[in-house]
Design a binder for this molecule. Structure first.
Ligand code: NAD
Length: 259
């Protein structure tokens, strides 16, 4: 797909991956909707991009809220690219130190924010993309979801997060199959450890030293721009479909993650 002139919706557009992707697609000529729950962060990204970028405050767990973001995108032109990159919290260990079980709601909440919300955006965005005129190859658009390498090698305390991200990996192919007749592709990125605000306020050098040590090559955390680069490549390459791509420098989590 030619990104120039395309409209892109970025869920979590004020965050590390989302902001980098909004910047990259905008630089390549897309008009972007920066959709985020955090007004200050999301608006700062859209304001910084200026012409062709708008912020829409969105709670990805709320259907009406997601519809508003998609409507805003459709007002900019035919929606072609949807990137799902919002964040959320993790869960506790299955048993605590006194062997008490984790509250069930701690599991379902993580599934709601990561897995169910991703499906919610995907299905609503797919309906908007389906209403557009087909481009070259009969392509109408692409949906890019964000999983994690925790989908494959989740660490201690990540049962819920790994289940949610594993769900995103598992639904990639059936979503692609559902949407193929309409020329809509679905591709998932499974990142390793990336230097984004999700890792807190510690100095980048400290984070790189701790988390980067376990990465075979390059021996550092990933950069949000590298996620954005892959998102752009996925959008541009019409033959990428129904697959999850690990972006992790060959990292495989140990039980504790890095050490
Ligand atoms: N950073 C990493 O190393 C890494 C690795 C693997 C997977 N991921 C995944 O990538 C995604 C983005 O991660 P990030 O590092 O960019 O996180 P981030 O914390 O930098 O950004 C997440 C953004 O999502 C927004 N958000 C949170 N709840 C929301 C809601 N209910 N509705 C709308 N927006 C909401 C936040 O305001 C924030 O701007 C997450 O799904 C995360 O699990 C990140």
């Amino acid at each position: 797909m030619d990104i120039k002139g395309a409209v892109a919706l970025i869920a979590g557009g004020g965050g590390g991956f989302g902001a980098a992707t909004a910047r990259r697609l905008h630089a390549a000529g897309a008009r972007v909707v920066v959709s985020d729950l955090d007004e200050a962060k999301g608006k700062a990204v859209a304001d910084d991009l200026g012409d062709g970028a708008v912020f829409v405050r969105t709670d990805v767990t709320d259907e009406d809220s997601v519809r508003q973001a998609i409507d805003a995108a459709a007002q900019l032109g035919p929606l072609r690219i949807t990137v799902v990159a919002h964040g959320g919290g993790g869960g506790p260990r299955t048993l605590d130190k006194e062997s008490r079980p984790a509250p069930q709601v701690s599991f379902t909440k993580v599934l709601d924010i990561f897995l169910a919300a991703t499906y919610n955006i995907d299905r609503l965005a797919a309906a908007a993309i389906a209403a557009t005129e087909p481009l070259e190859h009969g392509e109408r658009g692409v949906i890019i979801n964000t999983a994690s390498i925790a989908a494959y090698d989740g660490t201690i305390g990540q049962a819920a997060y790994a289940a949610a991200k594993g769900g995103i990996v598992s639904m990639t192919l059936p979503l692609a199959r559902d949407l193929a007749p309409l020329g809509i592709r679905v591709v998932t990125i499974a990142p390793g450890t990336f230097l984004t605000p999700a890792f807190g306020d510690a100095e980048p050098e400290q984070l790189d030293a701790y988390w980067g040590a376990a990465v075979p090559f390059p021996k550092r955390m990933g950069r949000a721009e590298e996620y954005a680069q892959l998102a752009q490549q996925i959008a541009e390459n019409v033959y990428l479909n129904g697959e999850t791509i690990r972006l992790d420098g060959a990292l495989r989590f140990t039980p504790k993650g890095a050490k």
